[in-house]
Design a protein around this ligand. Sequence first.
Ligand code: GLV
Ligand code: GLV
Length: 327
Amino acid sequence: MTPRIVVTTPIPEPAAELLRTAGGELWISQEGGSLPTERLHEVAQGAHAIVANLRDRVDAELVEAAGEQLRVVANIAVGYDNVDVPALAERNVQVTNTPGVLTDATADLAFALLLMVTRRLGEGERLIRDRQPWSFELSFMLGSGLRDKLLGLIGFGQIGQAMARRARASGMRIAYAARNRVSAEVEAEFDAVYLSRSELLERADVVSLHCPLTSETRGMIDAHALRAMRADAFLVNTSRGQVVDESALVTALRQGWIAGAALDVFEREPEVAEGLLELDNAVLIPHLGSATVETRTEMASLAARNVLAVLAGRPALTPVWPNRTGG
Ligand code: GLV
Ligand code: GLV
């Protein structure tokens, strides 16, 4: 078999080199931006492997367009809400993602957002760039300290735990809510308290989202959840934009239901709710969680190694199974 490998977006050279070792035809999009669905279906024709990213809709129609020979879709992302995993499993197409390699980069960014919003760093930067007058004053632009504050993590997988590690170094206490309780050893490592989601929302000084986007978590942070939070609490989101009801968040920030929010992801990326742009207590970052040279190279290389494994008839390194998705 001479495999045809289709990559829907430009990838770092080390990953392309790995894919070349498959010895088949390698098509890498140089078209910039995400491929429109029609174009995606066109280039997928005859593919044995597709290397996709989170903007590609990977579903039964794509598999149909590719043809029966399709064996694997490697998503260059840890999240796979863009993939209809059951539909692909039904057609014997293996789905893979990229866990692990982006854990630290994403936790670093989540913690940077936490600092930005609690210490008003975006606001301070804007003030200087706007050439506003300022001087050191004991009461000037005071933020909130972190020591002994409660960080409430929703989702406590690898990234949530890496975030907890950074927060502990700043003296924060840790609570988490998740579908599955972690082991006593992991709880002990972080001195972490397991709470129901509603209890966590009521108690946390900072709520940080580290859950996947599933049917359960879509719209989870809605008006009701935001009203449950403390008026002096902050929200950090590095998971998926659709976990948060953005228009409810605008209301919450305007009305002072919460003190601030820092967002790396948005409900309708790359669109950002108009109301957020006018709010000084919102920190807005363009989906940079895993955006380091090292991490993106590792993500694309892991996707490539998954493709090579499956095409060679070996098990995928980081497979995604249907029962773990919620889509
Ligand atoms: C990025 O958002 C990812 O899921 O890897
Ligand atoms: C979501 O809350 C999860 O981590 O299971």
